[in-house]
Each structure stands twice: as C-alpha cells, then as structure tokens.
Ligand binder design. Structure first.
Ligand code: G3I
Length: 377
C-alpha cells in the first residue's frame, strides 16, 4: 500500500532501531537529524510523555537526543499532576526531565503554569476568590521558583483566549479578573528570573484571535512586566495549513519584540469539522471517521509531506524571528490526536510513524536544507 520512496531513510530507521539503548550518535547508519540540519535556524523540539522522559521506550530513547534539542513535557508539569493538593507537590518526573535535558543538552520548555484545563481537583471548583488567588500565587511561586534557570522557558499562560480574541471564561478570569494574565507573568518573572516566559495558544495565527493575543501581550508589556515570546501551537489540518495567517502572525508577533515559536505542531489527517485544540470539544464517532486503520494511503502520505514542506519553507523564510519548532509528540502512535476529539482513532500527524521510522514528510523537511547542498553528515 505505502511505497517508500526514500530508501536512504530506511537505513536511518534501521539504524535507529538497531542502535536503541546504545549511543545512537555513534551509529554510522544515522544520516539525517532535524536538530542538526536546522541548527543555524531554530530549535527543533518534541513533546515527551512519561515513559519517554524516563527513557523506558528504547526507540524514543535513541531517537529523541539525535533529532531534537528542545523538549516540552506533554502532561507532567501540568497543575493536576505537579500540584495535586494545597501543600502537596509531585516533582518526581519533572525533576527527571530536568536531568534528562542536562544529560543530552536539550532545552526544556515548562508546560504550563496557568491553564484552565487539567487543574487539580482541590481547586477546580473553588468558589472563594481569595482561595483562587492563594492557589495562583502559591502555584507560580513554587513551581516556577523550583525550576528557575533549570528550565529554559515556561508557557506561563496557556489558551486564555476565545476564537474572537476575547478572554476565555475560566476560573482564573472569573475569580481574579482580566488582569490575571499580566499577574501570572509578574509572579513568574519574580520567581523565575533566569527562565524565558511565553504566552501559548492555538489558532492564534487566525486574525481575530491574533488581534486578541497582540492586545494581551501589549497589556503585559505596558505594565512593565517581562514576556519573552509567544507560542503558536500549530494544530493544523491536512491540505489546509493557513500559511498566509501564519506568516502575518510571525511578522506581527516579532514586531512586538517577541520570539515566535511553533509549540505543538501536528497535522490532522482524519475527518474533523472544526479547527483548533479545545480539549473540551468532542465529536460523534462512526466508521467513516476512522478511515485509515490499516495504513495511510499514498496520496495522503504525499499530501502530508508537501504540507510539512510548505510550512517549513515558510518558517525558514522567517528563521530570524522563529526561535523553536516543537512537534506535539515524537511518533504517530503517541499522538493525542488518536484519542481526541474521538477516542480510539488511528492518526498520522507527525514525522515519525508508529515504529519510529521517518515518514516521507520527514525527508521533505530535511531536504529543504540538504538538497542541492553538500550531503549532510
Ligand atoms: O493519566 C491518566 C491515567 O491515569 C488514566 O488512566 C487515563 C484514562 O483516561 O487518563 C490519563 O490522563 C490522560 C492524560 O492525557 C495523560 O495521558 C487524560 O485522560 C487526557 O485527557 C490527557 O490528554 C492530554 C490533554 O492535553 C489534556 O488536556 C494530552 O495527552 C495532551 O497531549 C494535551 O496537550 C494539550 C496541551 O497541553 C495544550 N494544547 C492542546 C494540547 C492538545 O490537547
């Protein structure tokens, strides 16, 4: 069904599998590395799950340090996990992540201090504004304080905006008022002076939401509070990458003096009737919604490759403004898009397949830097 048109990458895949668990960098079979080919352009990152952070998956353990120089924890620094009770913090895996970053010289992006989702049960339904305020201050001081200078950056606030650019309803907005974003950055700045501080959202390349995002940033800056960058998550759809909106956003965010990052990149190949990454949304299942359980047709594989190629071409054009491009997961099997907005689907949104083999999209992205130039070593 799927013809591999990239035999050289089969060698790479074989090398990765073969070298799992040993020093993969020494394997002669490894011929291409994302972080190496883009080393003069931007960081290349991936979101890691707990097993990957703990190096319990041999293929990931070999592949991640070879391909990526930035990592975002997919879940383990979220409040629900790291701060499960008033005075109870669970730093175990987050500390391992910091050690992992040190071991492989990988920059860690902390994700995320303030988000309406995955909140700890003890505060999720708090009624009293003073208690929410106490949680907010304690959480940022403790978590950002512990990792000051140990993580390279924090997504200080995540997804605070609606699609029309207004502030999203959340326990933080309702109990603390619409200055809460600025206050989160103020607290993070004090607790974590040696870590970069970012605002992160999905669809914030879309004009209305982008305008809201720009207002939010200007408000933080006008208060004299530090914000170093903005993350465009980049949960996009096959054949519909909004290149024009992305380009305008890169230019407009950079004009605010901010680093721009693509922070959660993946390309949805399955049917979906809405865009974005609102974790509260679900879709009704039926057999037509999961069409590629037995593999991805070649036409879709090629479309995915050309989407990634077009996107990276644009990102390279603006490499002076882009600081990092992070994929939301390492391989297709791990992607959250297998479980959302319909559980149990078989999705193919990333550059590595379920066996950690590079896909045609990987090759296209690599070729943007290596074709017609000296072979990459
Ligand atoms: O850890 C529990 C496990 O104990 C339990 O047995 C299992 C049963 O459902 O659930 C596990 O928790 C799941 C968790 O991922 C860890 O795997 C949650 O149900 C599931 O909802 C959660 O999904 C995460 C989602 O955020 C939650 O909001 C995804 O992995 C994660 O990729 C996703 O990431 C977000 C970014 O943080 C922000 N932007 C959007 C992005 C995609 O939704």
């Amino acid at each position: 069904m799927i013809r591999n048109k990239f035999p050289s990458l089969l060698i790479l895949a074989g090398g990765l599998l073969f070298s799992a668990g040993i020093s993969a960098q020494k394997s002669p079979a490894i011929i291409a590395s994302l972080k190496d080919v883009f080393k003069n352009d931007f960081l290349i990152g991936a979101a890691l799950n707990t097993d990957q952070i703990e190096e319990k998956e041999p293929n990931a353990a070999a592949l991640v340090p070879l391909q990526f120089n930035a990592v975002t924890p997919e879940n383990i620094m979220k409040a629900e996990i790291i701060h499960p009770g008033w005075n109870s913090y669970n730093f175990d895996v987050a500390d391992k992540l910091v050690a992992y970053g040190k071991k492989y010289k990988i920059k860690i992006n902390g994700h995320t201090l303030i988000w309406h989702s995955q909140l700890p049960a003890f505060m999720r339904n708090m009624k009293d504004a003073d208690s929410v305020k106490k949680y907010f201050i304690d959480h940022i001081n403790t978590v950002a304080g512990r990792y000051n200078g140990k993580v390279f950056s924090w997504d200080v606030v995540n997804e605070a905006l609606n699609e029309d650019g207004t502030m999203r309803q959340s326990i933080f907005l309702n109990k603390l008022g619409d200055n809460y974003v600025t206050e989160a950055f103020r607290l993070a700045q004090a607790a974590s002076p040696n870590t970069e501080l970012y605002y992160n959202d999905y669809n914030n390349e879309q004009p209305a939401k982008r305008a809201g995002c720009i207002s939010l940033v200007k408000k933080i800056q006008a208060a004299g509070v530090r914000i170093d960058g903005v993350g465009i998550q980049g949960h996009w759809h096959l054949g519909k990458i909004p290149l024009k909106d992305i380009e305008e956003s890169i230019v407009e965010y950079a004009a605010l003096g901010l680093k721009v990052m693509i922070t959660e990149l993946d390309i949805e190949v399955l049917p979906r009737n809405f865009q974005g990454a609102d974790v509260n949304r679900q879709m009704k299942n039926d057999p037509t919604m999961n069409p590629y359980v037995n593999g991805l047709p070649d036409s879709i594989q090629q479309q995915l490759a050309s989407d990634y190629e077009a996107l990276f071409k644009l990102l390279l054009k603006h490499k002076d403004k882009i600081a990092r491009v992070t994929f939301w997961g390492v391989n297709d099997g791990q992607s959250w898009l297998n479980g959302w907005p319909i559980p149990g689907r078989t999705n193919y949104p990333l550059l590595f397949d379920r066996e950690y083999k590079p896909k045609p999209a990987f090759n296209k992205v690599i070729e943007l830097k290596t074709k017609n130039t000296a072979p990459h070593k």
